[in-house]
Design a protein around this ligand. Structure first.
Ligand code: PLP
Ligand code: COI
Length: 345
């Protein structure tokens, strides 16, 4: 039986980036070569076959996007079509059934609407995080793709990924772990990449760092990613972000590059040498969960170098943050048509 009786008493301003149960989630099964109709459930559990490829062989991909409550009371999604496309690229990369863009949009919007009471009020810093998940649910024992897939979308209200919010964080360079290999799965959003990042991330947290800075896995000369976020540096009125085969093409980063151009910065997407850290005026990490997180300090334990960027957010990061958040919340004109208002909430 479906129930909406759950009462909520959330202190929106102090919400962590964590799982907070909501009322409903929406699911769809791919069976006999086609997607079945989406179903709404209030269960937080999924019955899974014990030989499902998603459990054994990591045939799993996910997405992350957010619903934003604007100052005008409207609820907006940001570039959800890009998340749909990326999930298709991830599905192709590990041989899963692709979720059609239209189905992706329908299920995402349904999940948000059904849980509208969990969309944090404007101005609290919190948002409704949307987590689409796709995995092989059919059984296999040989290493090969499943015949059945499950697509699930749940939502949960969250604060910023780094508890510091828009306050600069400290991160550390890691050389003894790689999150992904150049010809591996770093460019798609599959669970294995995140499993591979847990050991160094845990060490970083225990050492008082908000995240790690991964380097290219071949030479350890170039910057790859800042944990679950892309990296950028600012120098001479230029926004510089790494080009690499093993980083996730961030929709936030892609949008910030455009915003940077819009506000008169040059943009460079190219391999970024670790030693360039010493030349940047500002650095930051960006992603849906991280939003824009300015970095105040990057510590390289192996070389003893410490790169510092000031204890406050720099002027360029601040401007980029204001523009991005402004578009997402309907405060800045959305000249690129990135947002979609969800009707009826
Ligand atoms: N890099 C990694 C490894 C991520 O997990 C994410 C989050 O999705 C990002 C970057 C940022 O991507 P996006 O801006 O599309 O959320
Ligand atoms: C996101 O930014 O949406 C992410 O997926 C990062 C993460 C929590 C893994």
């Amino acid at each position: 039986m479906l129930t909406t009786e759950k009462s909520i008493d959330i202190d929106w301003g102090t919400l962590p980036f964590g799982y907070y149960p909501t009322d409903f989630n929406v699911r769809c099964t791919f069976k006999d070569g086609k997607w079945q109709e989406p179903e709404v459930t209030d269960s937080e559990y999924i019955p899974v076959h014990m030989a499902a490829t998603g459990l054994h062989y990591g045939q799993e991909a996910f997405e992350g996007l957010k619903a934003y409550r604007g100052a005008d009371g409207k609820v907006r999604l940001f570039r959800w079509q890009e998340n749909a496309k990326r999930m298709q690229t991830s599905a192709k990369g590990i041989m899963m059934a692709k979720v059609p863009e239209e189905l992706f949009g329908e299920v995402v919007k349904k999940a948000v609407k059904l849980n509208a009471k969990y969309i944090p009020p404007h101005g609290t810093g919190a948002t409704l995080y949307i987590r689409p998940l796709l995995f092989g649910s059919g059984p296999q024992v040989g290493v090969k793709p499943a015949d059945e897939y499950m697509f699930v979308v749940f939502v949960t209200p969250v604060g910023p990924y780094f508890k510091e919010g828009f306050h600069p964080v400290a991160i550390e360079v890691v050389r003894d772990y790689d999150r992904a290999a150049p010809l591996g799965t770093g460019h798609i959003k599959v669970g294995g990449n995140y499993a591979a990042s847990m050991q160094p991330a845990d060490r970083a947290y225990k050492g008082g760092f908000a995240s790690v800075l991964f380097l290219d896995s071949k030479e350890k000369k170039y910057i790859d990613e800042a944990g679950p976020a892309n990296f950028y540096g600012i120098k001479d009125n230029t926004y510089i972000t790494p080009q690499s085969q093993s980083i996730l093409p961030s929709i936030t980063n892609m949008s910030i590059e455009q915003i940077a151009r819009d506000i008169g910065l040059s943009v460079e997407r190219r391999p970024v040498l670790l030693e360039e850290l010493g030349t940047f005026e500002e650095t930051g990490a960006c992603g849906t969960a991280a939003i824009i997180s300015p970095i105040r300090k990057i510590v390289d334990h192996d070389t003893g170098k410490v790169y510092r960027y000031g204890d406050g957010a720099g002027p360029v990061s601040t401007k980029l943050y204001q523009q991005l958040r402004g578009i997402q919340e309907g405060l800045v004109e959305d000249i690129h048509g990135w947002t979609e208002v969800i009707d009826g909430i």
